[in-house]
Design a protein around this ligand. Sequence first.
Ligand code: PMP
Length: 338
Amino acid sequence: MDIRNGFVGTVGNTPLIKLKAASERTGCTILGKAEFLNPGGSVKDRAALAIIQDAEDAGRLRPGGVIVEGTAGNTGIGLALVGNARGYRTVIVIPETQSQEKKDMLRLCGADLRQVPAVPYRDPGNYVHVSQRIAEELAKTEPNGAIWANQFDNTANRDGHYRTTGPEIWEQTDGKVDGFICSVGTGGTLCGTAMALKERNRDIVIGLADPMGSAIYNHFAHGELKAEGGSITEGIGQGRITRNLEGAPVDEPFQVTDSEMLPIVFDLLRHEGLCLGGSTGINVMGAIKLAEKLGPGHTIVTILCDGGTRYQSKLFNPVFLKEKGLPVPEWLDDGDAA
Ligand code: PMP
C-alpha cells in the first residue's frame, strides 16, 4: 500500500525530472525537483508546513488559532491549506502587484486576503511589516491567539528544506550530484537544501540564480547589496540578507534576465509538456549557466517551483509581454497586440 495522510502527508517527496533541452544544450544532466507537484502547487508548501509544525511544537500555535503572513502568494496558499487541514484561520497580506491567479486562489482557500501597495521593505507599509502588525493586534484579541509566520526570518523555513528537500535530492541521485542552484525569495530553499547537500559532500557546487532587480547576486559576487533593473517574476528577488539566507554557502552566483527566462518557460511547456512559472525559468536558466561553467558530464539539480497557470495573465499574455518589450509565446500571438 502507498497511501499518504491528507494534505500534510502529501507535502514533499516530489520527483526529480530530467530536463531534456537543458541537458542536451549543456552535455550535463539537468534535473528539476518537481515542487509544483506539492498539494498546494508550490515549493512553499514545505515552508508553510515546517513553520506551522514548529509553532505547534513550541506551543505558540494553539488549536483554532490564527496564522498571519506577508507573502507573494505561494506561502499564503500553503499556509491556508495546511491551516484548513489543521483547523487554523489565515490572514494573508499580499502586494497588490502579484498575479490575480494567486489572489483568486487565496480567496477560494478561505484566506482573509489583505492587499497592500507594493512598497520597499524600508517602508512601514511594506506587506511584511503590515503582516507583523496585524499578527500583533490579533494576538491580543483572538480567543485562541495568533502567530506571525515570518517566513523571511523564521529559520523553521530553511530547516524544513534542510530536513526534507536536501536529503531527498541526495537519495534520489544516489549522491551523484555535482551542483545545486536556485533563486532566492526568503532564501529558505537555497540555504536549507545547500546546507544539507554540503554536509554530505562539500564539493557540491552551490549556485544562485538571481533575477534582475534583486540585490543578492551583487552581494555574493561583489560583496555589496546592490540591485539593478527589474523582473516580471514573482516570489523571488531580495534586497537584504534574511535570517534564512544567513551563511548560505553560495559558490557560483548568476544573474538571469527575463528575456533569458521566458524562452525557457515557453520551451518547457511546448517541447517538454511542463507548464511552469517564471521563477522556474530563472532556475533552469541558472542551471544551464552553472552547467556551462562546470563543463559537460556533470549532474545539476534545480527547483521547479510552481505551475505556469498561476501566472497565465502575465507570462502567457502577449499584450502584457509586448508592453514590457519581452519575448511573446509565438503560438499565442495573434499579431494584433500593440
Ligand atoms: N519561486 C516561487 C514561485 C516562490 O513563490 C518562491 C517563494 N517566495 C520562491 C521561488 C523562492 O523560495 P524561497 O522563499 O525558499 O527562497
